[in-house]
Design a protein around this ligand. Structure first.
Ligand code: DGT
Ligand code: MG
Length: 397
C-alpha cells in the first residue's frame, strides 16, 4: 500500500546540532513511543540502545509535518532497524506492542518509581529491585539506609514529581537574584536548561551565575546557600567546589559530560501565591482566589508527603540547581547547560568526529592545533565548530 509517488521527501542532516528543532512536534505519537523505549534503556543502563532511540526520536521531532507512510522516511538519517519497526507498528496500528508491554512491565514501573526519588539513580534502583523493593512502601519498610539527598527526595517525592511551571521558575529566579546580588553585587544570573529553550514546564530549575570580573565569583555558592537557608528557602542543599583546572584537565578528560563548576544541588521551598495552582498553571485572571485545587496526593506506593496530605500547604518543593562559572568560561557553560541533552551530546560528537575538537561546558580544545579556542558568546562556539548558529528555542532535539 506504499504509494511511492506520494511519499514526502524530508531532508534532515545527521547531527542534531545541525538541525533547528522547535517545541512544535508534528509526530508526537511516534516520538513518545520511541522516547519510552529510550527511557527504558536508560533506566536499564543500556546506553547504546538508549542513544539509538533518542537519535531516532530527535529526527522525527525535526520533521516539518506528520509522517503518514513508511516511505516518507526514506533517506532519513539515524533510523535503525529497531526504531523503524516501532514506527511501522505505530503507523499501522496506532500503538506498538513492544512499547505497551514495556510500559506495563513490573521492572519498568519499579525503575520509574524508585528513580523518581531525588538522589536515586538506575544503579541503586536496580539493587533495590533485586532485593524485592519495587514501591516506596517497600523501600520504607525495608529499613534501607538512605543518604541525605534520598531522604529529602522521599520526603518531597510528590512535589518533586510535579512539573515546574515557568512562572514558578521566575519566582525562584527573583529570590535567587536578590540573594546573589546581596553577596556579590554585579553578578549575572541566567535561567538555563529547558526554560531557556522556551519550554513551558520543567523537572527542575537551573541557573547559571557569573561575574564580569574574573575570579570574583570564587566561593560564591556557600555564601548564597547559607543565606538562602537562613531565610528559610532551602529544604535540602549540597554545594560542591569548582575543581576545574585547564592545565591539568587536558583534552582527554574534557570529552566527559561531567563538569567541575562550583555547583549547588538544592530543594527549594517555594511559597505559592494564590494565583498559582498546585501544578503551577496560572489561574485565569478571574477573582476566584479560593486558593488552589485540593492537594490530595496519589503518590505511588501510597506514601504521603510530610503527612500533610489533607491540609493545605502554602508552599511546594522544587529542585533547583545553581552553577557558577568564571566569565572566561561563561559561553561554554551557557551552551552546555541549555540543552537539550541530546543536542549537547550531538554537539560534542560533532566536535570530536567531524572537527577533531573536544567540547565541554568549560572549553573547546583543538586537537590538531593543540590549543584552546576562546569564545565570548555561544555564536563564536558554533562558528569555531563550523556549525550554523542555532538559537536556544531551536535546540529542542
Ligand atoms: P527539564 O528540567 O526536564 O526541563 O530538562 P532540561 O533540559 O532542563 O534538563 P536538565 O535540567 O536535566 O539539564 C539541563 C541541561 O544541563 C541539560 O542539557 C544537560 C545539562 N546538564 C545537566 N546536568 C549536568 C552536569 O552535571 N554537567 C553538565 N556539563 N551538564 C549538565
Ligand atoms: Mg532543567
Amino acid at each position: 500500500q506504499i504509494n511511492e509517488a506520494a511519499a514526502v521527501v524530508f531532508s534532515v542532516p545527521s547531527y542534531a546540532c545541525q538541525r533547528r528543532t522547535t517545541l512544535q512536534n508534528h509526530n508526537t505519537v511516534l516520538t513518545e513511543a520511541l522516547s519510552l523505549l529510550a527511557e527504558n534503556a536508560e533506566l536499564n543502563e543500556e546506553d547504546g540502545r538508549a542513544i539509538a532511540f533518542r537519535r531516532s526520536e530527535a529526527v522525527l521531532k525535526a520533521l516539518p509535518k506528520a509522517v503518514t507512510n513508511l516511505a516518507d522516511l526514506r533517506g532519513l538519517p539515524c533510523l535503525g532497524e529497531h526504531s523503524l519497526k516501532i514506527i511501522k507498528d505505530v503507523l499501522k496500528d496506532g500503538v506498538s506492542s513492544e512499547v505497551e508491554t514495556t510500559r506495563q512491565s513490573d521492572r519498568y514501573k519499579a525503575l520509574k518509581v524508585l528513580t523518581g526519588i531525588f538522589g536515586v539513580g538506575a544503579k541503586t534502583a536496580d539493587r533495590w529491585i533485586k532485593m524485592g523493593i519495587s514501591t516506596l512502601h517497600q523501600l520504607q519498610a525495608s529499613g534501607q539506609t538512605l543518604n541525605q539527598a534520598q531522604q529529602a527526595g522521599l520526603e518531597h517525592y510528590e512535589d518533586l514529581n510535579q512539573p515546574v511551571a515557568k512562572a514558578e521558575a521566575d519566582a525562584i529566579g527573583d529570590v535567587v537574584q536578590k540573594v546573589v546580588l546581596s553577596v556579590l553585587p554585579g553578578a549575572l544570573i541566567t535561567l538555563i536548561g529547558g526554560f531557556r529553550r522556551g519550554k513551558p514546564t520543567g523537572h527542575d530549575v537551573d541557573f547559571l551565575i557569573t561575574h564580569p570580573e574574573e575570579g570574583r565569583e570564587v566561593g560564591l555558592l556557600p555564601k548564597v546557600a547559607s543565606l538562602l537557608k537562613s531565610q528559610g528557602f532551602l529544604l535540602y542543599q549540597k554545594t560542591t567546589r569548582n575543581s576545574y583546572l585547564e592545565s591539568d584537565d587536558g583534552p582527554a578528560r574534557l570529552s566527559s559530560n561531567m563538569d567541575r563548576f562550583e555547583r549547588c544541588f538544592s530543594i527549594f521551598k517555594l511559597e505559592m501565591n494564590p494565583g498559582t495552582t498546585r501544578s503551577g498553571t496560572p489561574r485565569s485572571s478571574s477573582r476566584t482566589e479560593s486558593q488552589s485545587d485540593d492537594h490530595s496526593p496519589q503518590t505511588p506506593g501510597g506514601v504521603h508527603e510530610n503527612g500533610l496530605e489533607s491540609r493545605r500547604r502554602s508552599w511546594r518543593a522544587v529542585r533547583v540547581d545553581l552553577v557558577v562559572s568564571p566569565i572566561s568560561q561563561f559561553a561554554f557553560a551557557l551552551l552546555g547547560w541549555t540543552g537539550s541533552k541530546l543536542f549537547e551530546r550531538e554537539m560534542r560528537r560533532w566536535a570530536g568526529h567531524e572537527k577533531a575538537m573536544s567540547l565541554s561546558s568549560h572549553a573547546l580544545y583543538d586537537t590538531k592545533q593543540r590549543r584552546y579556542l576562546r569564545a565570548a558568546s555561544e555564536e563564536e562556539i558554533f562558528a569555531h565548530l563550523g556549525l550554523e548558529y542555532i538559537p536556544p528555542s531551536q535546540r529542542n532535539a
